[in-house]
Design a protein around this ligand. Structure first.
Ligand code: GDP
Length: 467
């Protein structure tokens, strides 16, 4: 950030609200989640609705009429790509609306609000400006935190163990076992191994598995093809000689940690004040018990980044600074009739509790929620075989509109999250597979904002106390 920025933040921590009479406060809001969780749509819709504010009744400052203006401004960080809000909104509001391109790397957008303060100071003070720096980054990159306290041998053993029951996994394991890792290093072998390994990660992800480390193998950005992304797990080797394949793989793994993972946590993650973690829970539930179990484990791992006490690397980096609020949100809730939303929220709560039970998020406020950043369906109740059926209606690719019943979520979230009971039922087995809805055409009249489900509640939880 700029010097002024650093100063503002420094003074704020020391003197609390007093500084706000002198400086414009900044809230850094992190938005993360695995690929396709809904980050891009969430940020685009959040910003559009904040700029427009017609559909944000649960945002208290809005209802109280205290948000006077909202506008986009140049962000403070000159070297981070800007979140391409205009292009993404353009996709959603085109004549034939389509979903925007997904998050591939870190990006940032500054939204500024001019707000009339509440309470006693309101009379003494004019409106003040609050900056919200939204930072979008792939959840896959957070998972890399798990690498920081591992060496190459133990990471390899972990990953080879996990690949065993995944599509394409056994194929890679066979290849890795067949490799003479003590032989002199050759770039072409390293490349073939890393390509095969990357293929297995893609296959695993397509099959609904979440934990596919290293995170940059799936989302390499500008590092694609560099040595630091050209390695793969190999079975342990005692006494691999210098300049062998194994030793070079080990060296690259260490370089990945120090030159990719560490800078991300230092430059981006460590500066976040508020965080939303988006989760495509419905997608995992539909993909089946293995994917749910994997999601459970992965979420625990992702959330461990917010309990720095557990990780020596991170606690050293953060030096006591913590994320103050964490929202854990199931996205795409518009696939379900609202009568099922409490069940989805209960599943998110159970997922979060499961992660929290192992260590507390000391001091951070947490909440679980189900939401749709952009509502693509309408609800209906149909008579079906003599009973009422709650369905949602949306537009499929090609423009056909149809009503669907995606199936029931379990009433007891533990049935879903307990590995021993996951075989019991076929949740969301029905129509869910084909429910790839297109966004509905938006006719944004001033003050309208895109339609959503609980985006205003999310904003209230994440920002409301500071407005
Ligand atoms: P990212 O990879 O986390 O940036 O994910 P995106 O924001 O690009 O979302 C991935 C896909 O999920 C989109 O292309 C949509 O198909 C779907 N999606 C995201 N948000 C919603 C939502 O609120 N409702 C519906 N129906 N689909 C959504």
């Amino acid at each position: 950030g700029t010097l002024a920025d650093t100063l503002t933040r420094g003074v704020e921590t020391v003197t609390g609200t007093v500084s706000e009479t002198f400086f414009e406060p900044v809230i850094r809001l992190g938005v993360t989640g695995l690929s396709r969780a809904g980050k891009t749509v969430f940020i685009t819709s959040l910003v559009a609705n904040m700029l427009d504010r017609g559909r944000m009744p649960q945002l208290a400052a809005q209802t109280e009429g205290r948000i006077l203006t909202a506008y986009l401004q140049p962000q403070p960080d000159d070297t981070i790509p800007r979140f391409d809000y205009e292009t993404h909104l353009g996709a959603l509001t085109a004549r034939t609306p389509h979903w925007p391109d997904s998050t591939r790397a870190v990006s940032e957008l500054r939204l500024s609000l001019r707000v009339r303060p509440t309470g006693l100071i309101a009379g003494l003070q004019g409106p003040r400006v609050i900056h919200i720096d939204i930072v979008d980054y792939p959840g896959e990159w957070l998972l890399d935190l798990g690498l920081m306290d591992k060496d190459y041998a133990s990471w390899s053993a972990d990953m080879l163990g996990r690949l065993d029951h995944r599509p394409e996994g056994p194929k890679f394991i066979e290849m890795a076992r067949a490799e003479d890792a003590k032989a002199p290093f050759e770039e072409s072998r390293a490349r073939q191994l890393s390509e095969a390994y990357t293929r297995s990660l893609h296959a695993a992800r397509d099959a609904g598995f979440s934990d596919c480390s290293p995170g940059r193998f799936l989302l390499p950005g500008e590092m694609a093809g560099s040595p630091v992304l050209t390695f793969a797990p190999l079975p342990p080797q005692d006494g691999a000689p210098r300049k062998s394949l194994w030793r070079e793989m080990e060296r690259r793994f260490d370089a990945y940690k120090s030159q990719v993972v560490r800078p991300f946590f230092r430059d981006h993650f460590s500066r976040i004040d508020r965080q939303v973690v988006l989760v495509d829970a419905l997608g995992a539930i539909h993909a089946g018990p293995r994917a749910v179990e994997d999601l459970r484990r992965t979420m625990a791992e992702i959330l461990s980044a917010f309990r720095p006490g557990r990780n020596a690397f991170l606690s050293q980096l953060l030096m006591g600074k913590r994320v103050e609020r964490i929202l854990f949100a199931a996205t795409k809730a518009d696939h379900l009739h609202h009568s099922q939303h409490p069940r989805l929220t209960a599943i998110m709560e159970a997922l979060m509790r499961d992660a929290r039970d192992r260590a507390s998020f000391a001091g951070a406020h947490t909440q679980a929620m189900s939401l749709a950043a952009l509502r693509a369906t309408t609800e209906e109740t149909l008579r079906h075989e003599g009973a009422d059926l709650d369905v949602v209606r949306g537009t499929l690719q090609g423009g056909k509109r149809a009503a669907f019943y995606p199936g029931d979520l379990p009433s007891d979230p533990n049935a879903l999250l307990n590995p021993a009971r996951q075989g019991e039922a076929d949740w969301l087995g029905g129509d869910y597979r084909i429910m790839n809805f297109e966004p509905q055409p938006l006719s944004l009249k001033p003050g309208d904002g895109p339609p959503h489900i609980r985006l205003d509640r999310a904003a209230q939880f994440l920002l409301g106390d500071r407005l």
